[in-house]
Design a protein around this ligand. Sequence first.
Ligand code: SF4
Ligand code: SF4
Length: 275
Amino acid sequence: MEEKVVPRKPKSFFKWRYLRYLSQAIFAGSVVFLSWRHLAFATKMAGPIDTYCPFGGFVTIPKLAMTGEFVRRTSDSNIVLLVGLIIAVLVFGGAFCGWACPLGGVFEWLYRLRLKLFKKRIELPRKLHNALRWLRYVVLALILAMTIIKADLWFKAYDPYSILFTWGHAADIVGIIILVVLLLGSLFVERFFCLYLCPLGGLIHPFAKVSATGIRRYEDICINCGICDKVCPYRIPVSKQVKIDRGSCIECMNCVEECPAPGSLEFTIGYGGGK
Ligand code: SF4
Ligand code: SF4
């Protein structure tokens, strides 16, 4: 078989990953500021960070629909954020996880730090990985059911987002242990929590699947080197797909940036993507 001649990719100072780190830092910094403002000046103008989480909007829907009241510690801001997030996901797919989620950002930075010190990448066996991906829906169903039964933000005591960004303020010991396990897990497996446990990730998955943007691979240009598969934090087999699975992709652009064949992978706009 004739080997493809690959033109050298021109060197570029622009790196998607630096822009993404900046975006993650801005979102994480905003949450830290909002949390500090609440803990320092708990007033109506400085609500708890629970009110800035779209997932709170989701779990309050059943109670709101049945009684017209919000689950305690949630408010209309959660609903607004939920609707905003779903619209954003329908346009930009899983980019929220890759570019905005402060918790995902912290987990990713920890992994990057560990990788800088000890180069070895650790991945769970593919079958186990695929099976564990379903856990997100179990966590999602459990939280929804318990929130309805208890009529309270039941998961707050175990919520790593809430515990981390309130520096353990009023946290349950079980919640602290869960957070420590997740932080340790994220040192070894990239985005361990995001991949296998995040209920918000499970919630947005079907919307991301039909999103308007995503990554596309051009088979005629690709040299099948497999680099894209290795750099994908969500372990999508990019080199085997054409329209890259939009339900799982977080639009981190790692694959586009690392691909040695110019034009083989591109960010595309248009519905109908996803496999
Ligand atoms: S990185 Fe992926 S898309 Fe790019 S040439 Fe290699 S296999 Fe093909
Ligand atoms: S397919 Fe590419 S852009 Fe999507 S998550 Fe994987 S590496 Fe990131």
